[in-house]
Write a protein that binds this ligand. Structure first.
Ligand code: PHE
Length: 346
């Protein structure tokens, strides 16, 4: 009886193997514990006949030694492996793992700089949807229906002739000016930064989307002189004192009179280079006095109030700041390009 049990447990002990300290502890309790198998067997041994005791005594002692030896050797190998993995994980002499710190996109940097300059003049920031209806993108801004002025901005239409007229991706953020004026009464002094879309073939100089910052100032007695002074201040802040400006007459349906503003080339300082096509001047924005029709369309008394508006492409402003010659770089997300503006983080 006892002999059979010992044979069975011996097989169990011999085949037992583990790398887990927890399992080994279970093993110890089962065989070597104070209420364990070996203790039981020794208790039973007391009851056997003296003849049996002689042979069984030896077997029992060997069995006990086997269990103890197994426990000890497994215990050592578990302890060893613990030290080894710790060792190989922790080599204090290795150099630390470097990790890349992200950087702001050059367009985000320029947008922020523009906003900060106008903040000093009391301009806040307004935003609006990129998917617009005909009214906010065109009609309220004095683009008559079927008028060729609509072709100035090749539009991506989403839906033709819906309940609210055509639905399109906004072609400029002037739509946000309309929304702002509709929602309240003057004075308004705000910037409208955002992404705009035009159906143009993608090249180094054109893209089907780009970013704008437009501005609007409406109050009593706002004049063209205010417009000029505001934009002059902006350019001095952005490109440095001494940067010259000039205004050329232009046409926009929503401003009257309208102008385009050039600055003296920031790259060659007027001497002539590729950027300014050897003219010494580069165009950076469109502007003008808000057409009274637009004010009236938005529920504002055009006899009492007047205002100016302007709009610029952030990509263009960034090109002049960073001398980036290919527009496509801005949207390709090539880290080799983006990395170069890390130092520009303010
Ligand atoms: N909305 C014009 C454009 O996208 C820019 C502009 C804004 C011009 C305000 C004049 C006044 O081209």
């Amino acid at each position: 009886m006892l002999q059979d049990q010992i044979t069975q447990y011996t097989a169990e002990i011999n085949s037992f193997d583990t790398t887990s300290a927890e399992e080994l502890e279970q093993f110890r309790i089962r065989f070597l514990g104070t209420k364990g198998i070996i203790k039981d067997i020794f208790d039973e041994f007391k009851a056997v006949s003296p003849e049996e005791k002689r042979t069984l005594g030896k077997v029992l002692n060997e069995f006990k030694q086997l269990a103890e030896a197994k426990y000890q050797s497994l215990n050592e190998s578990i302890a060893d492996s613990g030290i080894k993995t710790e060792d190989s994980k922790l080599d204090m002499t290795l150099p630390g793992e470097g990790f890349e710190v992200g950087a702001r996109h050059p367009l985000a940097l320029v947008r922020r700089e523009i906003i900060e300059i106008f903040n000093k003049l009391g301009f806040s920031v307004a935003e609006g949807p990129e998917i617009e209806d005909d009214w906010h993108n065109f009609s309220a801004l004095n683009f008559p229906e079927e008028h060729p002025a609509r072709d100035m901005q090749d539009t991506f239409f989403i839906q033709k002739g819906g309940e609210k007229g055509d639905i399109a991706l906004r072609t400029h953020t002037s739509s946000v000016q309309v929304r702002m004026m509709e929602a309240g009464q003057p004075p308004f002094r705000a910037l409208m930064p955002g992404r705009v879309y035009r159906n143009e073939a993608i090249s180094a100089r054109a893209h089907c989307f780009f970013h704008q910052v437009e501005g609007l100032y409406v109050d009593e007695n706002v004049s063209f002189a205010d417009l000029k002074q505001t934009l002059f201040y902006f350019v001095q802040e952005l490109y440095g004192e001494g940067t010259k400006v000039r205004f050329r007459p232009s046409y926009f349906p929503f401003t009257e009179p309208s102008a385009e503003m050039d600055i003296s080339c920031t790259i060659c300082k007027g001497a002539g280079c590729q950027m300014c096509k050897y003219s010494g001047w580069v165009e950076i924005l469109g502007c003008g006095m808000v057409d009274p029709n637009v004010l009236e369309n938005c529920g504002i008394d055009s006899k009492k109030y007047s205002g100016f508006a302007f709009g610029m492409g952030i990509e263009r402003i960034a090109n002049l700041k960073f001398e980036i010659k290919d527009l496509r770089l801005f949207s390709e997300n090539d880290v080799r390009f983006l990395k170069q503006y890390k130092t520009a983080i303010i």
